[in-house]
Structures are given as C-alpha cells and as structure tokens.
Design a binder for this molecule. Structure first.
Ligand SMILES: NC(=O)c1ccc[n+]([C@@H]2O[C@H](COP(=O)([O-])OP(=O)(O)OC[C@H]3O[C@@H](n4cnc5c(N)ncnc54)[C@H](O)[C@@H]3O)[C@@H](O)[C@H]2O)c1
Length: 314
C-alpha cells in the first residue's frame, strides 16, 4: 500500500514509518520539520519505498497530491509539547485545527481511510479516573495556553467524527497518553528524555511543581502496533480509542528512578510551574486511561514495563 504519514519525521511518526516499511508498504512522509528532524528518518531514508517531502499541512496545494495518491493516511502532524505550545499559542491552534481540517477535507474527497492522533490532554482537569472515552472534558481558563492545545485536539476529534458521519470518511481517532521511547527529544518539554539527559550529565534533575503529579508512560512500539491494527479494524471507524498504559508513577519517583538507573550524582530540584512555564499554568494531578475499548477492538495490552521503557531510552 501507499501510506501517507503527516508528521512522519517526528518521534512517533518515524517509528510508525519504520514499521510500515518493514511491512513492505510504500511510505510517504509529509513534515515541516518544526519539531521533527531528518535525523529521525535517517535510518531508512535510503529505502527505495520511502519518500520524504518537507511541507506544511497548512499548505493545501502542497499537501493535496500526497493525500490523493495515498491508500491510507496517518495524521500525526501537530504542534506538540507543553513548552512548545505555551510559547506558540497561535501556531498551535492554526496547525492543529486548520491543518487537521485540511487533511480531513482532502481525505474525504477520495474516502481514504485516516487515523488521527489526539491526546489525553482532551480530558483536561476531569478527575474521575480512569478516563473513559465517553468522559466529560473539563478545561480551565482561556488565559492558560495549555487549554488551547486541549481544545484544538478536541476540535480535531469533532471534525473527524463529523466527516465520518456526514461524508462517510473512514476515520479513527486515537487518544494517546504519554508515549515515550528512543528518538524522543526533551527539547519541547517531554519529561523522560529531559530527566535522562540531566541525569547522564549529572546536572540537576528538574521536577516541576510539587512532583506528586502522576503519569502513565507507554512505549512507542506498543502504540504504533496498536495504531496499525486500529487503522485496519473496520469496527474502529468513527470511534475514539484511548491508547496508553495504566502503570502510574509520580514525577518525583520518576526522577529518583532515573537517577538510580543512570547511576547519576544529580540533585533533584523542584521548580515552581510559574518559573517553568507561566503564572497561568495549571497541571493535572493524575491521568490514567481506561483501556477496555482498545482491548475489545484489537486485544490491546501494553507489553513494556516502565523500567524497560527507561532502559530503551538510556
Ligand atoms: N508523544 C506523546 O506522548 C503524545 C501524546 C499525545 C498525543 N500525541 C500526538 O501524537 C502526534 C505525534 O507526536 P510526537 O510525540 O511524535 O511529536 P513530534 O513533535 O515528534 O511530531 C510531530 C510532527 O509534526 C510535524 N509538524 C508540526 N507542524 C506541522 C505542519 N504544519 N506541517 C507538517 N508537519 C508538521 C513536526 O515537525 C513533527 O515531526 C501528535 O499529533 C501529538 O499531538 C503525542
């Protein structure tokens, strides 16, 4: 098959590209390299079934020929990373809303199956755990840029469902919880690569806020395998599905674990959110996915424990 991956030079997209190439597909990556890189696609850039185009999903003219020739589309291109989105609120909204609308509109013309990557951020401050796909979304003030990202991903989901309902575009939405693994950069605010880099250099490991906030991490390998299965599961069309892990850890314990595993002499220091991001920043205390739907549809079960995930990134 000819498969298009928007955002395919990013962290998750490059792993997905590699896997789809292993499965003998032709893979077309369309990426503006804003947070992705040529380094991510270097391992397979010489593969004859791989094609790369630098371009933005905001440019319909450039994007259209790639959508037209695709048999399937994985739409991953987005403004991501807490630090990046707080610093770039307008770019976040335009890329995630207008960009996604462009991809869906073009895909709808040929009814090309499409998978959209949304985020656990969509749940916002909802505190009834674990998060079920049908749960309410609870957002804070408009002044806090973080909610702009959550909102933009919610709009993407609504758009995907609307195109499915009104134009029979075979669309599936995955809500990714913290996904990590090799090639992920800490540059845009991702916690594990940041902690590992700090620990390896014996520099202070910076925990934001109180450090009591809990997160669940899943390995990119588990996630991309599930994405491929969901893309090919007809029952998943028109559905939103959580993908992640339920093994949770506080950020302070994560810092301690990484310090120990890297045999680092780093100090662990707490940085107030106000200093790390902005005075309007709000965090969620806990995020745990309900994975029943993914399990029922494709037998999804994460296979990597946290220690193995960290080891794969050291
Ligand atoms: N990694 C996670 O924990 C996580 C969690 C929830 C959701 N997601 C979603 O998964 C997707 C991939 O995220 P990732 O972690 O690989 O991040 P990433 O930053 O590595 O990947 C995003 C890619 O999109 C590209 N991009 C950005 N704007 C673009 C534009 N206008 N046109 C073309 N390409 C553009 C970037 O250059 C980058 O390669 C995103 O949609 C993100 O919202 C990721």
């Amino acid at each position: 098959m000819k498969i298009l991956i928007t955002g395919g030079a990013g962290f998750i997209g490059s792993h997905l590209a590699e896997k789809l190439l292993q499965k003998k597909n032709q893979v077309f990556v369309f990426d503006d390299l804003s947070t992705g890189s040529r380094g991510n696609i270097r391992p397979f850039i010489k593969n004859k079934r791989f094609f790369f185009k630098k371009g933005s999903i905001l440019n319909i003219k450039e994007l259209a020929p790639f959508v037209k020739k695709a048999d399937q589309i994985y739409h991953l291109a987005a403004a991501v990373g807490v630090k990046h989105i707080i610093e770039n609120p307008l770019k976040t909204l335009l890329t995630n809303i207008e960009g996604t609308k462009n991809v869906l509109e073009l895909a709808a013309k040929s009814k090309t199956p499409i998978l959209i990557t949304s985020s656990s951020e969509v749940y916002g401050k909802n505190s009834s755990l674990p998060f079920k796909e049908t749960a309410d979304r609870t957002y804070g003030s408009v002044y806090s840029e973080r909610w702009g990202y959550a909102l933009s991903k919610s709009v993407d989901e609504c758009l995907a469902l609307a195109y499915w309902k009104k134009q029979r575009l075979p669309a599936v939405v995955v809500r990714l919880f913290n996904t990590v693994g090799p090639r992920q950069t800490g540059r845009y605010g991702m916690v594990i690569p940041t902690f590992i880099a700090q620990a390896k250099e014996n520099k202070p490991i910076t925990v934001y806020g109180t450090g009591t906030q809990m997160r669940c991490f899943s390995h990119v390998e588990d996630i991309i395998k599930a994405m491929i299965k969901l893309m090919n599961a007809s029952k998943a069309r028109g559905e939103i599905i959580n993908l992640g892990s339920t093994e949770s850890i506080s950020m302070m314990d994560l810092a301690r674990k990484i310090k120990k595993m890297t045999q680092s002499t780093s100090r662990i220091v707490k940085i107030p959110y106000k200093k790390a991001y902005s005075s309007t920043f709000e965090d969620m205390q806990k995020r745990i996915p309900d994975l029943k739907k993914a399990h029922a549809l494709i037998g999804y079960k994460p296979t990597y424990a946290l220690d193995n995930i960290i080891r794969s990134m050291m």
